[in-house]
Design a protein around this ligand. Structure first.
Ligand code: PGA
Length: 227
């Protein structure tokens, strides 16, 4: 299974999302997807409902970019896994480096988010740098570890236009497998239609987290044709 995860980050207002949807939807029927390809769209939270038609199509699922580490209850302003549990959301990105950097998230908070996801049937896409693999795994139980997808996200390659080398991505996979067991392994960091085909088509990589290149529906569609 290849998961192609589109992370819109804090980009686009409602009108811009509607334009994106219009353009992307018109190209969708031209794709010749492998049966095992899944596109996970993670728009800004206020626009989630605009994706309901698209996400009812085969090969397309909905995700969120983050969620609360707390259960349902008195946590003003926080959107938790329970709030999302009947909204069609199947995935949640947790522990993205931008959350760790700008919102000071710790491994323990990220572990709490994983726990909330799993308790509400949402699959966590757990982002780590190479340096975080062991400590992040240490904050989770064996059962929790077995329920995540791990996304290797080298910060020095995020938003730069140049992805990491295949060797490095595969070496990190070995580390992830030692720490987490055999879980789906995702790579993120400047994945775009120009990314080395040996990376995009590597059978050892179960998917890609795509930031910048998902914002333009033409670029994103072009990328999707490589799978
Ligand atoms: P990028 O972002 O594709 O713009 O490098 C990837 C990410 O932050 O996951």
């Amino acid at each position: 299974m290849k998961h192609i995860i589109a992370n819109f980050k804090s980009n686009k207002n409602r009108v811009e999302i509607e334009e994106w949807l219009h353009s992307f939807s018109s190209q969708l029927s031209t794709f010749n997807f492998q049966l095992s390809t899944e596109i996970v769209l993670c728009p800004p939270l206020p626009h989630l409902s605009l994706f309901s038609d698209l996400s009812s199509q085969p090969h397309i699922s909905l995700g969120v970019q983050d969620l609360s580490p707390f259960p349902a209850g008195a946590y003003t302003g926080a959107v938790g896994a329970h709030n999302l549990s009947d909204s069609g959301v199947r995935y949640a990105i947790v522990g993205h480096s931008e959350r760790r950097k700008y919102f000071h998230e710790t491994n323990q908070e990220v572990a709490n988010k994983v726990r909330e996801c799993l308790a509400n049937s949402i699959t966590p896409i757990l982002c780590v740098t190479r340096e975080e693999v062991i400590a992040q795994a240490g904050a989770l139980s064996d059962v929790e570890k077995s329920g995540v997808m791990v996304a290797f996200e080298p910060v020095e390659h995020i938003g730069t236009g140049t992805s990491d080398a295949l060797d490095n991505i595969l070496e990190t996979k070995e580390q992830v497998t030692r720490a987490f067991g055999s879980v789906p392994y995702i790579y993120g960091g400047s994945v775009n239609p120009q990314t080395d085909i040996s990376i995009l088509q590597s059978p050892a990589i179960d998917g890609f987290l795509v930031g910048t290149a998902c914002l333009d529906p033409n670029q994103f569609s072009k990328l999707l044709t490589t799978f």
